[in-house]
Design a protein around this ligand. Structure first.
Ligand code: FAD
Length: 544
């Protein structure tokens, strides 16, 4: 196969015109192209005309050698690299040992899937409920102000990304194309094929729910087991002669059984893929002496604008073109006080959601459907913070987050409504009294107030500096009626459960900290990739 990169065509080109352009570029007849497929499609807006830029893989049969020689000095024509996934091993027919995977978010799903595909029949323990039941509980907070601390936006089948925009791109280095394996499995589970080739794919909430169920079914069909409402509340550890520990299993609280009995499940290989909100589990691991350390994260607000304003600023005369869809953006400003202010988890045509997993706290995040056709664009506008802002060791970041979330709950009125303020009032330093032209989408509702006390002063002043700067990049971004809703605290894990090159905890053998909660991923795709890496390391250890 041959690969052509940076082949550019106008937005409205036809399928036939793509083939013509390929043939023209290579100087061959269209009939010489046995087949071609789009590997990647992105937008190129560098000139005044918006274009589509393609990476194409094609089969030209026996012409391939000749063409490679002809284009030997053209870096846009090369042999197609192998991006397919190769398993690192296969389990023996007689399994003596089943690994445990704790958490069934994207990281746990992929760890379990890869282990199952290699024949290791993993046991998955997930504290939350199956995704359909979980959906009802999640809507309970959004519609009726009722939180279920064990079944919500953060906890349950599918993990934190289930009720989300489902953005599936990441900036991680991925020389082995593991991200492609994640996307390929998503397509097998019902995601639209386009996620394999468009530059910034997303799938939206409803599709994710069905996909998660299909992936569960595949793991089970390969001999894996997924046990819901099983919260891991303790690790069974044994001291080793070198002063470290070896994991021997986990203690589980059975939340779905009356009286919540506890039981033990033994295994010497445990993947711990908890997500960033499992604060009780982090505390348990900290008490057990598992090595962990504080790491930087970010806090801020959600900001909402009319989607049409973002489309116009980003796409200009092309706004509304069906191939472009709702526009996203990425913004960053380095404030005079040394803080970086940046857009986080931008959701075009979506809604702001209540994302707390703890009672008496308010946390914001964003989600959308595949169509991205809600009226508002929303994004986190967050400020970087460092462990020096919350001294006190590995667990101090969680207390820092909790204090902000509890205060936001009070500012919101003490009923899970979120505190909100118009951008104009935020910049002028006065409380907002009522909605302007942008209707906030946060459910159950908002309480208009002054957000100045919702974050540390350095974050507020950095944001006040950043907003007019962002307005220069996206005209209208600092419009008076844009809505700020607080607080966005769960941007990533405030700690890292550090692991070695073998993906095992630095001081507990057999324990594989993974995904976002362990500080090794940030987003659905990177969490899935990390799940694969950890599954591979675990399999290699089992096979060695
Ligand atoms: P999680 O998805 O958090 O999964 C961890 C799982 O572990 C949970 O299911 C939890 O119930 C379970 N668990 C925790 N403790 C225990 C225990 N003690 N015992 C048993 N089970 C336990 N990312 C994107 O890339 N694109 C987006 O568009 C996007 N939008 C988002 C929107 C929202 C509203 C939220 C909340 C997040 C969004 N994210 C998005 C972030 C993304 O969801 C996370 O990065 C990703 O889910 C992390 O995957 P994970 O598997 O590491 O952890």
């Amino acid at each position: 196969m041959l690969r052509i990169t940076e082949l550019k065509l106008p937005l409205d080109h036809t399928e036939a015109e793509l083939k013509t352009a390929i043939a023209k570029y290579l100087g061959i007849a269209e009939a010489d192209i046995a087949s071609h497929l789009v590997y990647k499609r992105s937008f190129d807006a560098r000139k005044s005309q918006m274009q589509l830029a393609y990476i194409i893989d094609l089969d030209v049969g026996s012409l391939e050698k000749k063409l490679l020689a002809k284009f030997k000095d053209d870096s846009h024509v090369l042999p197609t690299p192998d991006t397919s996934y190769h398993f690192v091993g296969q389990a023996p027919a007689q399994l003596s040992h089943r690994p445990i995977v704790v958490g069934f978010g994207p990281c746990g799903i992929f760890a379990a899937l890869i282990l199952a595909q290699m024949g290791f029949k993993p046991i998955v323990l997930e504290r939350g409920k199956k995704v359909r039941e979980r959906t009802q509980d999640t809507w309970g907070l959004w519609r009726k102000n009722t939180l279920n601390p064990e079944s919500n936006v953060q906890f349950g089948e599918g993990g934190a990304g289930t009720f989300s925009d489902g953005k599936l791109y990441s900036q991680i280095k991925d020389p082995r194309h593991l991200g492609r394996k994640v996307l390929t499995e998503f397509v097998k589970a019902g995601a639209p094929e386009e996620i394999l080739y468009i530059a910034k794919p997303h799938i939206g909430t409803f599709k994710l729910v069905g996909m998660v169920e299909k992936m569960r079914a595949e793991i089970e069909s390969l001999g894996g087991e997924i046990r819901f409402q099983q919260r891991v509340d303790d690790l069974i550890l044994e001291d080793t002669p070198d002063g470290n520990k070896q994991i021997r299993g986990v203690r589980v609280t059975e939340l779905g059984v009356e009286g919540h009995p506890s039981s033990e499940i033994l295994s010497e290989h445990v993947v711990i893929a908890l997500g960033h909100s499992a604060r009780d589990s982090f505390a348990m691991m900290h008490e057990r002496g598992v090595f962990m350390e504080a790491k930087p994260f970010s806090v801020g607000f959600r900001i909402e604008h009319p989607q049409s304003l973002i489309d116009k600023a980003r796409w200009g005369k092309y706004a509304g073109h069906p191939i472009l869809g709702a526009a996203d953006y990425k913004l960053v400003h380095h404030a005079a006080n040394g803080r970086a202010v940046y857009s986080f988890c931008m959701c075009p045509g979506g809604t702001v959601v209540a994302a707390t997993s703890e009672e008496g706290r308010v946390v914001t995040n964003g989600m959308s459907q595949y169509s991205r056709n809600e009226r508002n664009a929303n994004s986190g506008m967050v400020v970087s913070i460092n462990p020096s802002d919350y001294p006190g060791g590995a667990m101090a970041g969680i207390e820092f987050q909790r204090a902000l979330e509890s205060h936001a709950y009070v500012l919101g009125g003490g009923n899970y409504n979120a505190p909100a303020q118009l951008v104009g009032d935020f910049l002028a330093g006065r409380a907002s009294k009522d909605v302007g032209t942008v209707e906030p989408s946060y459910k159950p509702g908002v309480n208009w107030t002054d957000l100045a006390s919702a974050l540390p002063e350095y974050a507020i002043s950095a944001m006040r500096e950043a907003l007019p700067e962002f307005g220069k990049k996206i005209r209208g971004y600092d419009m008076h009626d844009a809505v700020l809703t607080g607080v966005e605290t769960r941007t990533s894990s405030p700690l890292r459960i550090t692991r070695g090159d073998d993906c095992q905890s630095l001081n507990v053998r057999g324990l594989y900290p993974a995904g976002e909660g362990a500080g090794y991923a940030g987003g659905i795709l990177s969490a899935g990739v990390d799940g694969i890496k950890v599954a591979e390391a675990l399999a290699q250890d089992l096979l060695s």
